[in-house]
Structure formats: structure tokens, C-alpha cells
Design a protein around this ligand. Structure first.
Ligand SMILES: [Zn+2]
Ligand SMILES: [Zn+2]
Length: 618
């Protein structure tokens, strides 16, 4: 695949040769879909970071590396808004010291009241209202393990560059002044980033005169409605209500910049409703830019903007999850308010069968129907299931079950990492390289017919607990009963360490030893996921069946899966026992090899488990 050396002619994003779109018109040649929709999505670039942040984000000295390692804590210390979510700490989410940002359920950004309720410490935006010395003390108290000198110098940097600080200060001043005369008072940051005062029983709206340069000119319709406003301070009937934190609408242009202060220290606006697409001659189209398109643009590295996001390690992971959650929330909201439009979808094909089944009379409230096109929704999973069952009815049993997992060591990923990074820091690269390899794999199976004539398939892509994408594929082949002979299976599938000693054999062995042996439960390692049982009182064995016993010939039992040939060839290698810190070693031989296709393993250097399906239990 080579390096990412192609540059999009419209937005200057970097691409691999293989990402070039096929069959595009002349006007679109040299441009790409994923980064900017061939020039439709063009917007302001990320600005260069001010110092000391720029050094901390780019340099390899120990202070900068430590800063990036703890970047989520640093960001939380300076964020104007807080973030709330349920961390996904189910077994395995953070195993093997791999730190990943994973959530389940909703994710919120919250704005606190400008002045903390009596008796509580100042948090988030509240700290910015202190004088600098007090603010530094308050921050160091919140994060006693972070370097106080660095805290002070980042605070100074933000004082000089962030437009929000002045905005909050003005809001507080005005609130204090007006509180004297107005029993009913709201101070609001509207989607156009101007401060609004609402007063009186009828809540008259009035713009506050501020000298900030962030305010945007948005068409009036987007400024109305008020549901996207951020309430900074309020007084009702002469009292300051003790509301605590309030949730911010993810469609507010400041939703991201108010939290990701270290990624956009100058308050660069995020996505908002008034962003539009460009047309061919570079003029604005009357088409809205979708939130997804906005984030896709941001998630590409470019020759003409700093790779700030991609340098921010765990904060980048959090940003990606956050952006995804915001897009998802928007889509769900759209579905909720456009139920009439998706009715048609409901009475099509499979959907109406499901419609009849899922009426639950006990359900309170309005039922919201997710169309099957909503990826990850019940209906989508149901449709996938229905599709595969329809294929089974049509084609008969599937022939092969294939699992393909991204390999973080792929040179295409390693070559593009920034200094000091590992693949875990770059979910963007991992996803793109996986996607390209996946396309090639599907092409090999369908058009190059590596397993014989293709008839059909059904597949899904999931993200594993360790953050790597993987594919599950059920493959239907035009084969007759002869496919199910041991000789035929041995031609395509092996469960043995390679024995050839030429150059290809050596390469093959390296690949199989690193990707296709089941090692987690070596020496009965009880911490391995495959050894866990729902009932921990029961002593378990590996539920994937490893180690298998040696077997001279591939056999196919009457009603079950084939047992692959695992000859006792004497070939083995040694690995450190997981969790022993390298003090113990174990011998690995053919009993722990996961069935693989030699052709595919050599081609992709990844975990690709290929198994014959003799029975489908679905
Ligand atoms: Zn582009
Ligand atoms: Zn196991």
C-alpha cells in the first residue's frame, strides 16, 4: 500500500494511493470523498497552537511526553464545561494496560452556574473568574500531582488567547449589575456566540455589548428557538436557583471548544447548523453541511494544518467518541421528529414483520421506531439476522466463517504514526488501513475467488474491546459435497505452524506465530478472558477449546465442526507467559494454532481465522 503521499487537490488531506476513488468524473480527479466530499466540505483549518502548548504537543522531551500521557487530566483542569458519561469498565475494556476511552449510554457536556453555590469549590468555568493567583491555587489544589509551574503557564496562555474568558467575565459583571434591578434575569450564550440578557416576566431578549471576536454571523433562523442556548446565569423571582450543572445541546457551536480547550485554545467554533457545503465554483451551496461531514474533515491529516487532534492521544480517543455520540444523538433526534417520513420504510419487506412483533402495550410514552438503516439499532441487527437467514434458505448452509482483525503492527499504520505514538493513539489510521485491507479481502474472495466460485455473503464489522476493528463474515460458495472432504479442507485451511524453510516459509512462520496462536490461557492463566466463567466458583478450562490434541488427519464428525489436522511435527516456539513479567516461558506447538488460510495470512499479515461451517446454529 505504501505511504500516505497523495494530497487531496481540494482540501490538502493526505491519502493512500488505494483510497483514490474509482470512476470519478474529470472534475473530481485528484480529490477524495472521505476528507472533503471532493471539495464540497471546505472550512477553516485548525490554527497553530500557542506556546507552551505547541511544544507540549509536539516535542519528545520528558515533560512533553508526560503531558500527553495525562492529557485528559490536563484538559479537564482547563475545560470550561464538564463532561459526563458512563465509562465502559466491563471485563476486558482496559486489559493489558491498554488505556481506551469507552463509554456506554449517553455522553453529556455540562455548564455549571457562573458562581458556585455556597460551600462548594469552584469548578470548570468558575475558576476562570478568579484572579490569576487564586485561580492557579485552585487548579493546583484540584490536581496536586500536576506541575504547578506548567499549570500557571498554560493558564496564562489561555488568558491571552481564549475568547471565552472575557465572555464569562462580562457575563458575571452584567449579572451582578442587573441583579440589583431585575428579579428575573437570564444570561445566555446563544448559538451565535453572543451574550444575551433576558429580563422581566416576558423575558425580553437583548444582546450584550461585548468586544469579542468569536461572535459569528449566523442566519437569524438559527439564532431563534432558544433550545440550543447555554444558560450561564439566572435569577428567578429574585432568587438564584440552585440548579447545579445543566446539559449543553451538542449542536451549539461552542459545544466542543468549551470542553476541548487544549485542542482549540483560541475557541475555534465547532459544527453548527449554519455550516453549508460549497459548490463547484467554490460558492456556498444552499445545502447544510452534516455533522458527520464536519468531523470527517477534522479527522484527516493535512499538509496545511497542524495535526493537533492526532497528537492528543487519549484526548483524541475521547474526542472521537464524543463526536460520534453527538452525531448519533442528532440522528436519533431527527428520527424522533421525522417519524412520518420513515413510515414508508416500515411497511417494506421485513420491517413490517418486525413492526407487528415489537408492539409492547406496557410501554409508556411515545414509541420511536428506528428504521433498519440506523446502524446498531435493533432493527438493523434484526435485518442483518433476517438477511443471513434468507441467504441460508436460498443458498443452503454457509461454507466458511471468517474473522479478520486489524493488526496494529501493519507497516502502513506504523509508518504514519507521529514520533512516540503507538497504534492505540491513532484510531483514525487503524480504521482507514483496516478499511482498505477489508476492501481488498472482499475483492479476493468475490472476484479472485480464492476459495472457489462465490455465491453470497453476509458480514458485520465490530470494534473489539481492545479497540481494534474486526470483521465477521459468513461466506456462501458454489461448492458441492466435495468441499467437505478432509483433503479439500487441508488445501485451504491449516491449523499447524508452517514447516517450509524458504524465505516465504520463514515469513509465513513469523506471521502465524505472531497472529494465529491462541496464547492468552497458556499455563492455565486464569486472567485470560477465554478462561472466565459466568460463575467464578467453577474452575474453567479455555472455552475456545485450547490446547487441542494432536491429530494426524483432518476429520469431519457426523453432526459437528471439522477437527483440523494438527500433527505432532515437533515444531514449536517459546513465548513469555502472559502476566509473568517475562520470568516464565511456555512452549507453543500445533495444539494452539488457530485455523487459518495460508494464502490470506501471508497476504494480510493479520489475525484471519477461517473455519468450515458444517452446521449453522443461529
Ligand atoms: Zn479532500
Ligand atoms: Zn483460551
Amino acid at each position: 500500500m505504501g505511504r500516505m503521499y497523495l494530497i487531496c487537490g481540494k482540501c490538502h488531506a493526505l491519502h493512500w494511493q488505494d483510497e483514490r476513488p474509482l470512476n470519478v468524473t474529470r472534475a473530481k480527479a485528484g480529490t477524495f470523498e472521505a476528507c472533503c466530499k471532493h471539495g464540497d466540505v471546505i472550512m477553516e483549518r485548525m490554527r497553530a497552537l500557542p506556546e507552551p502548548l505547541n511544544t507540549l504537543m509536539t516535542c519528545q522531551d520528558s515533560q512533553s511526553r508526560l503531558f500527553r500521557e495525562h492529557i485528559r487530566r490536563w484538559n479537564a483542569l482547563f475545560a470550561f464545561t464538564s463532561i459526563r458519561f458512563n465509562a465502559d469498565d466491563r471485563t476486558g475494556a482496559n486489559r493489558q494496560g491498554v488505556q481506551l476511552f469507552q463509554i456506554h449510554g449517553r455522553l453529556y457536556h455540562q455548564q455549571g452556574p457562573l458562581v458556585p453555590p455556597a460551600g462548594l469549590d469552584a469548578l470548570y468555568s468558575q475558576i476562570y473568574l478568579f484572579d490569576p493567583v487564586l485561580a492557579a491555587e485552585a487548579r493546583s489544589a484540584r490536581a496536586p500531582t500536576l506541575d504547578p509551574v506548567l499549570i500557571a503557564s498554560i493558564a496564562q496562555m489561555l488568558q491571552a488567547g481564549s475568547p471565552f474568558i472575557q465572555l464569562y467575565l462580562t457575563a458575571r459583571e452584567q449579572f451582578a449589575q442587573l441583579s440589583e434591578q431585575e428579579p428575573n434575569l437570564h444570561i445566555i450564550l446563544d448559538p451565535q456566540l453572543s451574550l444575551i440578557v433576558e429580563t422581566g416576566a416576558d423575558l425580553r431578549r437583548e444582546n450584550l455589548p461585548t468586544a469579542n471576536e468569536v461572535a459569528m454571523i449566523l442566519p437569524e433562523e438559527y439564532g431563534r428557538g432558544g433550545f440550543r442556548d447555554i444558560v450561564l446565569a439566572e435569577r428567578i423571582n429574585g432568587e438564584i436557583p440552585n440548579r447545579g450543572f445543566s446539559i449543553i445541546n451538542p449542536n451549539h457551536a461552542s459545544y466542543m471548544p468549551l470542553h476541548y480547550v487544549l485542542l482549540c485554545p483560541c475557541g475555534e467554533p465547532g459544527w453548527h447548523w449554519a455550516r453549508t457545503l460549497l459548490n463547484e465554483d467554490g460558492n456556498r451551496q444552499n445545502l447544510r453541511m452534516s455533522q458527520r461531514a464536519f468531523y470527517r474533515f477534522r479527522l484527516h491529516t493535512r499538509t496545511d494544518e497542524p495535526a493537533t487532534l492526532m497528537r492528543s492521544q487519549r484526548l483524541f480517543q475521547q474526542f472521537v467518541v464524543d463526536a460520534w455520540a453527538a452525531c448519533d444523538q442528532n440522528k436519533l433526534n431527527w428520527l424522533r421528529t421525522n417519524q412520518a417520513k420513515i413510515r414508508t420504510d416500515l411497511y417494506n419487506g421485513l420491517a413490517d414483520v418486525l413492526q407487528r412483533c415489537d408492539v409492547n402495550m406496557d410501554e409508556v410514552g411515545r414509541r420511536v421506531v428506528l428504521p433498519s438503516s440506523y446502524v446498531g439499532g435493533d432493527r438493523f441487527m434484526q435485518q442483518l439476522y433476517q438477511d443471513s437467514m434468507a441467504l441460508v434458505r436460498h443458498f443452503g448452509k454457509p461454507s466458511l466463517f471468517i474473522t479478520f482483525t486489524a493488526n496494529p503492527k501493519w507497516t502502513e499504520i506504523q509508518d504514519e504514526l507521529l514520533p512516540g505514538q503507538t497504534a492505540i493513539d491513532r484510531p483514525d489510521l487503524v480504521a482507514r488501513v483496516f478499511n482498505l485491507k477489508l476492501r481488498d479481502l472482499l475483492d479476493q474472495i468475490k472476484h479472485k475467488q480464492v476459495f472457489g466460485p462465490w455465491r453470497g455473503w453476509v458480514w458485520t464489522i465490530e470494534y473489539q474491546k481492545c479497540g481494534l476493528p474486526h470483521l465477521h463474515l459468513l461466506l456462501f460458495l458454489q461448492t458441492d459435497a466435495q468441499f467437505l472432504t478432509p483433503t479439500y479442507i487441508d488445501r485451504f485451511i491449516s491449523a499447524e505452524l508452517p514447516t517450509e524453510d524458504d524465505i516465504i516459509g520463514q515469513r509465513m512462520r513469523e506471521i502465524i506465530q505472531t497472529t494465529m496462536v491462541h496464547t492468552q490461557c497458556v499455563e492455565g492463566n486464569g486472567n485470560a478472558l477465554c478462561m472466565k466463567d459466568l460463575n467464578p466458583a467453577i474452575v474453567t478450562t479455555c472455552h475456545k477449546g485450547y490446547p487441542y490434541t494432536f491429530l494426524e488427519e483432518t476429520t469431519i464428525p457426523e453432526n459437528g465442526y471439522p477437527q483440523y489436522r494438527r500433527r505432532n511435527t515437533g515444531r514449536s516456539f517459546i513465548i513469555p507467559v502472559p502476566g509473568s513479567g517475562g520470568t516464565l516461558t511456555a512452549v507453543i506447538d500445533n495444539r494452539r494454532v488457530v485455523p487459518y488460510s495460508p494464502y490470506l495470512s501471508l497476504r494480510y499479515n493479520a489475525h484471519i481465522n477461517v473455519e468450515v461451517c458444517c452446521s449453522v446454529q443461529a
